[in-house]
Design a protein around this ligand. Structure first.
Ligand SMILES: Cc1cc2nc3c(=O)[nH]c(=O)nc-3n(C[C@H](O)[C@H](O)[C@H](O)COP(=O)(O)O)c2cc1C
Length: 165
């Protein structure tokens, strides 16, 4: 029997970077959610993807915005990640004390991120209790030179080797 606990425990061995997917809500507030299910998908056309849970209260707001920004977190952004993973706080509440600026399309870009990608929502596919959201990249840039925030077996970590770009 494959249950959710086994899925979480075993799939947690697949270490990955962490991003915050952000958008501007219909009322003009910044919204965002921490995501590990982000991936580059296609170079031509330029596509990226992430997978929001159907229980997410932030995803419907991002969908309504029609576009989103992906903020790739640095190793010193654990607190930002934790804030963006908190359910129930909704809307701008998650952004208290988190400095940001707008991307060309208006999506919030978090200060201190390693890179950002802004994309228009191209497609949403069903994926069990999550959706697969595909975005067409409209703008992107690399941020500062620092190590990545990693998530592995339910814990945050950093690369043990120094990195340089
Ligand atoms: C490291 C990490 C990775 C996460 N990855 C995802 C993800 O890929 N998809 C998702 O729906 N939620 C993911 N979450 C949980 C969401 O960030 C969280 O459930 C969400 O922000 C809850 O708030 P919401 O109701 O505002 O959406 C992740 C949380 C953490 C800490």
């Amino acid at each position: 029997m494959v249950d959710g606990e086994a899925m979480r425990r075993v799939l947690g061995a697949f270490a990955g970077g962490v991003v915050v997917v952000t958008a501007t809500s219909e009322s003009g507030e910044p919204v965002g959610m921490a995501c590990q299910s982000f991936s580059s998908l296609s170079l031509d056309p330029p596509l990226v993807m992430f997978c929001p849970a159907e229980t997410s209260t932030t995803w419907p707001r991002i969908r309504a915005a029609g576009r989103f920004a992906v903020n790739v977190l640095a190793e010193d952004q654990r607190e930002t990640c934790a804030a963006m993973a908190r359910g129930g706080t909704g809307g701008a509440g998650k952004f208290a004390g988190v400095p940001w600026r707008p991307a060309p399309g208006g999506s919030p870009l978090l200060d201190g991120a390693l890179a950002w990608i802004e994309a228009d929502i191209d497609r949403e596919l069903a994926g069990g209790d999550h959706s697969v959201v595909i975005g067409r990249v409209t703008a992107l840039d690399a941020g500062r030179d620092a190590g990545p925030l990693l998530f592995f077996r339910s814990r945050f970590g950093a690369l043990s080797e120094p990195v340089g770009v």
